[in-house]
Design a protein around this ligand. Structure first.
Ligand code: NAD
Length: 381
């Protein structure tokens, strides 16, 4: 089977006013490998239709529910090739399971599920179905995150000794969930979000970035989770100490009450010989500092970058790439993996693209952080 057409994507979520659904559409379509053709964009049939109209898809393919979308698309000769999940967290497992049972591959937004138990169930469903499952940990798609990962793997920094990751946002500094702010409302509701608030929403990205770049594993953690804004049911501010394989240790700070911050995700990794620093709000530069040498700033698209970083760079130097392009890198890898799978390749996802293992690992992190906070103690992974 050859990639002689665009892959057809069906979206769940992404209705009027949604944040990440439209980003998925832009990113999936950026490289010309995928087209959005169907969706159950909202829990309201009317709003799903309105979204379908704004996305310019065939009105007959804007469905009232994800169950209907899967059933109807299965009947079509030109039915969807995969489902993308861009809903609140409590729907990630049921939608993924319904797609997998119907034989349809899945691309899901993070966190993989609402709870760790659900993640284990999802892992079984993925393995039983034998279908590709990708997870959009967006930051894994940046060229200079790939460069940082290659630099750690090269051994040039020496053994990794320390990691410091921070993910700071300020948008939940006030109880905007009580004012009808849609994104805040479900994130504050344990039934829709799961038990980890800030730790599950953005802490999980920070955790993934640490393990993705260093290729080390967190082995134990001591975490403190607080709900700073009065009345809030889930945590909005988190501090954690990490112990990692290879005798490394680190800190992970995630906060959504860091007033004035927007999306300040920063990773620092310290080895015996030097260190690296990458910041999401300045994503086209990677700072590399040497114990016995001058500091380097590596720029996206620099010919000197590792092949894995150059492979995901689209533009010549000085033409900034960002969030949508990083998302699109994950979609490009997923599309290539889908064609490989259609051609008979088992386990086609490349190691650079987060999949179900990363999903389970992230949910384990959230569950461990909650347990550590509850028991005020170190917990093993
Ligand atoms: P949102 O509230 O803006 O959008 C959620 C959408 O899902 C809405 O359109 C809502 O109508 C729809 N929906 C709810 N129930 C539905 C149902 N039964 N059927 C169909 N649609 C339904 O939320 P968001 O901020 O876009 O977050 C969505 C998901 O994306 C979350 O899991 C979140 O963690 C994740 N996310 C990931 C990133 C990233 O960087 N990868 C960034 C933001 C959000």
């Amino acid at each position: 089977m050859t990639a002689n057409r665009k892959l057809r994507m069906g979206m769940v979520g992404g209705g009027p006013g949604a944040f990440i659904g439209p980003v998925h559409k832009m990113a999936a379509e950026l490289d010309g490998r995928i087209a959005l053709v169907a969706g159950a964009f909202s829990q309201s049939a009317e709003r799903s239709r309105a979204a379908g109209e704004s996305f310019k898809i065939d009105p007959a393919r804007a469905y009232s529910s994800y169950e209907q979308m899967i059933a109807e698309e299965k009947k079509r000769p030109d039915g969807i090739d995969f489902v993308v999940i861009a809903t609140p967290n409590h729907l990630h497992l049921p939608v993924a399971e319904a797609a997998l049972v119907a034989g349809i591959p899945v691309m899901s937004d993070k966190p993989a599920t609402a709870t760790y138990g659900e993640a284990l169930a999802l892992q079984s469903a993925v393995s039983l179905a034998g279908l590709p499952y990708g997870l959009t940990h967006t930051y894994a798609g940046y060229a200079l995150v790939r460069e940082a990962r290659a630099l750690c793997a090269s051994g040039k920094l020496g053994a990794i000794r320390k990691v410091a990751v921070e993910y700071l946002q300020g948008w939940l500094s006030k109880p905007i969930e009580t004012t009808g702010q849609k994104q805040a409302a479900w994130r504050e509701d344990p039934a829709m979000n799961g038990p980890g608030g800030c730790i599950g929403d953005i802490g999980v990205h920070a955790f993934h970035l640490v393990e993705y770049v260093t290729c080390l594993k967190v082995t134990s953690m001591n975490a403190t989770l607080r709900s700073v804004v009065p009345g809030r049911r889930l945590d909005d501010d988190c501090n954690a100490f990490l112990r990692m394989t290879g005798d490394a240790s680190g800190t992970l700070i995630a906060s959504q009450i860091a007033a004035g911050e927007r999306n300040a995700l920063t990773l620092r990794v310290y080895g015996e010989n030097g260190s690296l620093e990458w910041a999401q709000e300045d994503p086209n530069d990677l700072h590399v500092k040497w114990l016995d040498g001058p500091e380097e700033i590596r720029h996206a698209s620099g010919g000197y970058l590792d092949a894995s970083a150059l492979a995901v760079t689209r533009l010549p130097g000085g033409h900034p790439e960002g969030y949508i392009e990083a998302f699109a890198v994950l979609y490009r890898e997923f599309a290539d993996a889908l064609w490989a799978w259609k051609a008979g390749k088992a386990n086609p996802l490349p190691p650079t693209l987060p999949g179900i293992e990363a999903g389970v690992r992230g949910m384990r992190f959230i569950e461990r952080a909650i347990e550590s906070n509850k028991t005020a103690s170190w917990v093993e992974f």
